[in-house]
Design a binder for this molecule. Structure first.
Ligand code: FES
Length: 139
């Protein structure tokens, strides 16, 4: 979701520029990296969404999927994830990770998760793979 907020409103969070709004036209998807995270950006109906690019099912790239009626369809098994809340339409309880996103002066900025400070090599502490606590419920 697009937030045009003053950066002072988010002192507890660290927003990082990942792209310009011009680089994400309406209806487009784009893969960017932020502090070692692969982030899928989507722009639908003027709103910008940021989601972990790794599908919570088996890790395929969600940015390579198809946008459809406010959802991203994973290219591997065609499961649909809502852009609004990351929830999976096909498997209740499965959820793609969303990131806070805002647009400031035409620049898309994504919030670094609070507990993940930048390390020296630019990678976070997490594994940046499928979330173990959100593994496929069908396996
Ligand atoms: S890997 Fe995405 S739905 Fe299976």
């Amino acid at each position: 979701m697009v937030h045009d907020m003053d950066s002072q409103d988010n002192s507890a969070r660290r927003f990082i520029r990942v792209a310009s709004l011009e680089e994400l036209p309406e209806g487009a998807s784009r893969l960017v990296q932020m502090a070692g995270h692969d982030i899928a950006l989507f722009r639908v109906n003027g709103q910008v969404y940021a989601m972990n690019d790794l599908c919570p099912h088996m890790g395929d790239s969600l940015s390579a999927g198809q946008l459809w009626e406010g959802m991203i369809i994973c290219p591997r098994h065609m499961w649909a994830f809502r852009l609004q809340d990351g929830g999976c339409q096909d498997v209740p309880g499965l959820r793609a990770q969303l990131y806070e996103v805002r647009v400031v002066n035409g620049e898309i900025q994504v919030a670094l998760p609070r507990e993940e400070p930048l390390s020296g090599d630019g990678r976070c502490e997490c594994d940046a793979t499928v979330q173990p606590d959100r593994g496929c419920p069908s396996v």
